[in-house]
Design a protein around this ligand. Structure first.
Ligand code: UD1
Length: 383
């Protein structure tokens, strides 16, 4: 009889949790084959950025919590590495799974690639979920995290076709590549009923289709005073323009701690609050956020994941970034790359109100089955 394999999944920040949850559910179905441990690095530690997601996504409590917390990049990454090294030395896993492109992802992949296991002398294999995405913009910390994590990984689980091309160009061996799709969409498909029951709209006193949802937190947008100021100007213009179509139309902005901190530091909070019909709310949990997204008229964001979720839900999405790493959402989906181009943003909003905005189609691999494919591959390979 073959020995049960021990797998550690690492999650650290908000965008990791919905990618981990469906993988955890799949492993639960194969308890005789796998022991699955969840390590939470503690990169995000606020209730609203972390714990509520475990609750909403029916994730069990993490088996191990590293408590790394916030800090400058080197500090945060190093802290996670020091703590995670102790975990792998103790647990001796057969595989470590990392998700997405955050500092926890690169930190734990690096630890595995340098930790030699007792007895075998081999390093610990790493699987990267959401591999192959590239913005080709190395000023983004996430791009560095993706490049390094992919270079160190043994199983590269890719969300969309261009990922395969990107990785082959970087010299990754074809046998390590698996085009499996997007586990984040698995969560959305799985929780559809629970999402439909969320009471967030009535709590905020809103009707479906009568508001725009927005999230802004990229360092390039909020840590830079000039860009942050441009965004406030754009929101002010949007607020005036949408009133032509619907005087009660609202802008809902769940505010990320980084954005709040920078708005305070730049003295922008008052300006934000003065924008007509704009509502600053606390960061929303998973179920409430997806409910808000799915009932919105459109979304304006600089997040990566929301571009995919909006594509799946066919909600028009205007992305306030210079670069992109999810081309399918632009070519097939409901997403438009707008940068901080005020004219383009206002034009697209007019199209949305006048029913002229593109409809978008759902890419084939957004079928809710990515996690199943991933765990099936691991079942056949980890013998
Ligand atoms: C991180 C990810 C980013 C992801 C985002 C989602 C990296 C490099 N970036 O960015 O890819 O889109 O998460 O949120 O890993 N803070 C709190 N409470 C918390 C966590 C953070 O108040 O629970 C504050 C801290 O003041 C911190 C700031 O938010 O300085 C930013 O947190 P950090 O983990 O550095 O990065 P994010 O901007 O959240």
């Amino acid at each position: 009889m073959t020995r049960k394999k021990k797998i550690i999944s690492v999650a650290g920040a908000r965008p990791n949790f919905m990618k981990l949850a469906p993988i955890e559910r799949e492993f639960r179905k194969h308890k005789s084959l796998f022991t699955h441990l969840i390590v939470h690095t503690g990169q995000h530690y606020d209730y609203l950025l972390s714990k509520v997601f475990f609750k909403d996504l029916d994730l069990p409590e993490p088996d191990i919590y590293l408590g790394s917390g916030s800090g400058a990049h080197a500090q945060q990454t190093a802290k996670i590495m020091v703590e995670f090294e102790k975990v792998v030395l103790k647990e001796q896993p057969d595989l470590v799974i990392v998700f997405g492109d955050i500092n926890s992802t690169i930190a734990c992949a690096l630890v595995c690639s340098k930790t030699h296991l007792r007895g075998t002398g081999g390093i610990i294999p790493v699987a990267h979920v959401e591999s192959g995405l590239r913005s080709f913009d190395r000023r983004m910390p996430e791009e560095i995290n993706r490049l390094v994590t992919d270079a160190l990984s043994d199983y590269l689980f890719i969300t969309e076709k261009t990922g395969v091309t990107n990785l082959l160009k970087e010299g990754v061996e074809r046998k390590k590549l698996f085009l499996t799709g997007d586990t984040m969409i698995d969560s959305l498909a799985h929780f559809r009923n629970k999402i439909s029951r969320s009471g967030i709209l009535s709590k905020l006193g809103m009707r479906p289709g009568s508001y725009m949802l927005s999230t802004i937190h990229r360092p390039a947008n909020v840590d830079n005073k000039e860009n942050f100021s441009k965004i406030i100007r754009i929101f002010t213009k949007i607020s005036a323009m949408v009133a032509e179509y619907d005087p009660d139309f609202r802008i809902v902005l769940p505010i990320h701690p980084r954005t709040f901190k920078m708005a305070e530091e730049f003295g922008f909070l008052k300006k934000f609050r003065n924008i007509r019909n704009l509502e600053l709310i606390d960061p929303a949990g998973y179920i409430d956020f997806i409910k808000l997204l799915s009932e919105s008229k459109f979304v304006i964001t600089d997040s990566g994941g929301i571009q995919e979720e909006a594509t799946f839900l066919k909600i028009p999405c205007l992305t306030l970034r210079d670069s992109f790493e999810r081309p399918e959402t632009l070519e097939m989906g409901s997403n438009t790359l707008c940068r901080l181009n005020e004219g383009l943003i206002l034009r697209k909003i007019r199209e949305i109100f006048e029913g002229k905005y593109k409809k978008g189609i759902i890419p084939r691999l957004m079928d809710g089955k990515a996690s199943k494919r991933i765990v099936n591959i691991l079942k056949s390979r980890l013998k």
